[in-house]
Design a protein around this ligand. Structure first.
Ligand SMILES: [Zn+2]
Length: 147
């Protein structure tokens, strides 16, 4: 069993395994033109636990990940089920690595390092929380470690 994201559902024709996703992904697909892909194989829909979701959101804000709400629910579900996340989304893969969740790439290789960012002021270079000049902060790479 794998926890699958919308992109892999759309492009992953002919996948022959047990797949699960969160209801938000199914809704996303139903509102778009991807229904055809969804019909070509069976995807089960399950809610993630609040506990896991909180853990994921905490880590996401800690490292300044650019993950969507749906991505974070997918990862939370993967943690609940102890199954790999099946995605090519780099932000989601990176966040998964930080939470020791297993990841599987679909078309691309999975990253061999995990990244963290800080929000820093573009004018004075200080962390956004310490800056007094009010310029819009930018996301800057702060840490990179191999996995
Ligand atoms: Zn500043």
């Amino acid at each position: 069993m794998k926890v699958i994201d919308a992109n892999v559902i759309i492009h992953g024709r002919g996948l022959n395994e047990e797949l699960v996703t969160v209801p938000e992904v199914i809704e996303e697909l139903n509102s778009g033109k991807a229904l055809q892909g969804l019909n070509s194989f069976q995807v089960e829909s399950r809610e993630c636990s609040q506990d896991s979701l909180e853990k994921v959101r905490e880590k996401s804000s800690e490292i300044n990940a650019k993950t969507s709400d749906t991505d974070e629910k997918l990862l939370a579900l993967a943690l609940d089920l102890q199954k790999p996340v099946f995605t090519d989304d780099k932000e989601l893969q990176n966040l998964s690595l930080h939470l020791d969740a297993e990841i599987e790439g679909f078309l691309d290789d999975i990253p061999d390092e995990k990244l963290s960012w800080e929000m820093k002021c573009t004018r004075c270079g200080e962390k956004a929380s310490k800056c007094g000049c009010g310029a819009t902060p930018e996301r800057k790479l702060s840490q990179r470690s191999s996995v």
